[in-house]
Structure formats: C-alpha cells, structure tokens
Design a protein around this ligand. Structure first.
Ligand SMILES: [Zn+2]
Length: 284
C-alpha cells in the first residue's frame, strides 16, 4: 500500500528555492565562474589546432555569455548553471502546483518518475556532438504512444560519460501520472527492455527502465531537470559490490560538452508531451 501524497505539505512550495537539492544561487555563481575560467584556458590551448568542432573563438563566445549573464538579462543557456537553476525552480514550482491541483480533485491520484537508459545508443567520447536529440525524442514519443501512456509526460534528456568503456550513455528522466497508466508503463518497460537488453559494460546487468512512485516529490522530482553531465567511474565496495561515483568531466571534454549544450539550446533537452496543462503557470 503506497503512502498518499501530503497535500498540505506540498502547498508550501514557496520554500522551493531553499530545498537543499537545488544549487543555491551562490554555488551556481561560483560554478559559472569556474566554467568561464576553464573555457578561456581551454580555448587558448586549442588555438590554431585543426579539426576541432568548437574553436577557440566559439569557446570564448560561450565564456562571454556566461560572464555577462545577469539576473536582469539571463543568457538562458543550458551551459549556464545559474540559468539552469532558475529554470529548475520555475518548472518544479509548476509541477508542484499541478500535483496539488490534481490532488485537490482526486486525493488518490498517484504520480511516478521513470528513468530510461539507452544502452544501445551509447556514443564514443567525442561522438556526442553528432547525437540527434530530436530524432531520439521522436522515438521516445512513439514508444510512449505505442505503450498507450496517457496524459502529460515531462522530463529531460541527459548524458553521462562512462570512463570505462569511454562511452556516453544517453538517458531520460520522466515524470507522469501513474494512476491510469499502470498497464501502459508495464508495456513501456517491456519495450524498453527489448530495445536495450545489454549494458555497455561486460558482466553488468542492464537496467534500462526504472519506475518509482512519487512518495516525496521534493526528493524525486529533483532528478528531472538537472541537465547534468558527469564522468561515471566504477568501483568495488570492500564486500565486492559494484558501485558508481560521479566526477567532473576532464577539462577539454567538459568544455566541448558545454559548447554542445550551448549550441543545442535549453529546449532541445526537454521532453514535454501533452504537458501544457502542467506548464500553464510557467513560461515553458
Ligand atoms: Zn545564464
């Protein structure tokens, strides 16, 4: 028996900016300063190097964007931590309002977070720049449609770089209504399992689909729009269990990834399917 969502607790959404899982403003500003520095340093180190996707000029252009981004005139780039933070706050507020609104109508409504990992579409270290997010999102839309998932679906596309075997793994974090979608989600799980049966690492069991009922929105919806990108390394615990830990990307890869995000723009990474009703209080 699942725990009901606490309507009263959710109505205190004004606290959202103080939730500890969102970067605070100061940390985001420090992170952006770091990004400007590392972009300029890397830009100068590749000067006159042939065959680079993102040139010295392009890296400085992005560094300028981040450096001159202000609260009054935000750059709105997914490469900017402060702008991603502002976006997170706005969209989580909108999602919480929608949850509250739906619970007021039917207190038994349940929601879920889904995670889809696309092992079969892993790409090489510098191959991410050619990844076709649009086509990928179209495929995801078809999967949701064919599985008969109804109602709004919100979420985002993300990539992590796995140190071994030097591959990027694309994945989706999605949020949907669980009530009425129980069978559809079981179908979706089956389809995703067939599409991505094998992990990119040998001897590791693939887990391409994960669904969790939302019990504590403050913790669970925080994964939806991090727009994160990390290096993932494996390690073994003293009792030989396999675990992963996230690290910052190596500087040059980091700068290329930032440039790629800047080139793509924020909306490219977002998934919104029939979600207008949930986003009516936001600008997205
Ligand atoms: Zn910005």
């Amino acid at each position: 028996m699942s725990k009901k969502l606490n309507l009263k607790e959710l109505q205190f959404e004004s606290w959202i900016e103080e939730w500890d899982w969102i970067y605070n403003y100061y940390d985001a500003a420090i992170e952006d300063e770091y990004r400007v520095d590392v972009l300029r340093k890397t830009a100068d180190s590749i000067y006159l190097e042939p065959y680079v996707r993102y040139t010295t000029g392009y890296m400085h252009e992005l560094a300028d964007k981040l450096e001159f981004c202000t609260d009054e005139e935000p750059c709105k780039s997914p490469a900017c931590k402060r702008c991603v933070r502002m976006f997170q706050i706005e969209i989580y507020r909108s999602i919480l309002r929608s949850i509250v609104h739906e619970l007021e109508r039917d207190p038994d409504t349940r929601f879920c977070a889904m995670n889809i990992v696309q092992y079969s579409r892993a790409v090489d270290a510098y191959g991410f720049v050619d990844y076709d997010i649009k086509a990928d999102k179209t495929r995801l839309g078809k999967l949701l449609f064919n599985s008969k998932v109804t109602g709004p679906v919100l979420g985002a596309f993300e990539m992590d770089f796995h140190k071994t075997p030097q591959k990027w793994l694309g994945h989706y974090h999605l949020f949907a209504r669980l009530s009425g979608n129980e069978e559809a989600i079981a179908r979706l799980s089956g389809k995703v399992g067939k599409l991505h049966p094998e992990h990119i690492k040998s001897n590791v069991i693939a887990r391409p689909f994960l669904v969790q009922e939302i019990q504590d929105p403050r913790k669970q919806i925080s994964y939806l729009y991090k727009l994160g990108f990390n290096e993932v390394r494996d390690f073994k615990t003293p009792n030989r269990k396999r675990r992963t830990k996230k690290y910052r990307l190596e500087e040059r890869l980091f700068c290329n990834y930032l440039c790629w995000m800047y080139e793509m723009g924020l909306k490219k990474f977002l998934v919104r399917r029939k979600a207008s009703v949930w986003l009516r209080h936001s600008n997205f």
